[in-house]
Design a protein around this ligand. Structure first.
Ligand SMILES: [Zn+2]
Ligand SMILES: [Zn+2]
Length: 278
């Protein structure tokens, strides 16, 4: 299958600019925010932009886009006010996805802040099931680095939320997060083991997207800082196996690598293409 890889690109100046931004870094799929992710804000997309985005995607992209929701969304929260804001924000993201023809909305489970793992997963399932998710849009739960009371670090949490929801949801594995959460990806054998474990616990049929990032911190540290592909603690051997694992070759990849040391998204996407063998 052809490699679907891209980056998290900016929508500055209009969401339709994301397509040109993606082409510029050599991507053929990828991720966007619909607004600044650090604040509560509604997507502000006019009909012309939405149409140009869909036309550009049809023309220039091979794989699917994914929307990453606001970092303030906390599906697991026991706090009513935060739950309501998260629900409202999520509804607007899935509606924006429908308008843009984007099939996926990626979200973190968030922190249970005292509700416990089971309580947090119950809270998250109830928010998801209160959404009116349009046809053609699927919510993806992103794997987490697992710091503090944040859920999604363990594959069991991802399986737990799939089990609890009436809604059909799937999963996005972030390689840097999974590694930080304790799933080794630094050798070919470790990659095979981790993919096997994911398949046993969650099921590879639920893996719809991957955030491909290397990690600045060691396995199991719960520290979430992304590194350039092949240059972190996952490293080249692990990345090469991940990119060529027979069960993963058709899964689209979005890079959230840093832009530092003179290495851009284009550099990282090139690196992915070099490490992939087909
Ligand atoms: Zn994320
Ligand atoms: Zn991610």
């Amino acid at each position: 299958m052809s490699l679907k890889v891209g980056a998290h690109v900016s929508i500055a100046g209009g969401v339709d600019n994301a397509v040109a931004n993606q082409v510029e870094v050599g991507g053929n799929c990828g991720q966007i925010f619909t607004h600044s992710p650090q604040v509560w804000q509604d997507p502000n997309i006019d009909d012309g932009e939405a149409e140009r985005f869909r036309e550009g995607t049809e023309r220039d992209m091979e794989g699917p886009w994914v929307i990453h929701t606001s970092y303030l969304v906390n599906l697991c929260t026991p706090k009513e006010g935060l739950r309501e804001k998260s629900l409202d924000s999520m509804q607007k993201e899935v509606d924006a996805a429908e308008r843009l023809g984007i099939p996926y909305v990626n979200v973190h489970l968030g922190a249970h802040t005292g509700a416990g793992v089971e309580g947090g997963l119950d809270n998250a399932a109830s928010v998801i099931d209160d959404l009116d998710v349009p046809d053609g849009v699927t919510i993806l739960i992103e794997s987490d680095a697992g710091a503090g009371t944040k859920l999604g670090g363990e594959f069991e949490h991802l399986a737990g939320i799939i089990d609890r929801t009436e809604t059909d949801i799937d999963v996005c594995v972030d390689t840097a997060h999974a590694f930080a959460a304790g799933y080794d990806l630094s050798t070919p054998e470790a990659v095979d083991q981790t993919i096997g474990e994911f398949d046993d616990v969650v099921g590879l049929e639920h893996l719809e997207y991957v955030h491909l990032n290397d990690s600045k911190h060691e396995c199991g540290t719960n520290k979430d800082e992304h590194a350039h592909i092949g240059e972190g603690h996952i490293g080249e051997a692990g990345m090469e196996r991940f990119l060529n694992h027979p069960d993963l070759t058709d899964v689209p990849l979005a890079l959230e690598t840093p832009t530092e040391d003179g290495k851009s998204f284009a550099w990282n996407i090139d690196r992915v293409r070099e490490l992939r063998r087909d």
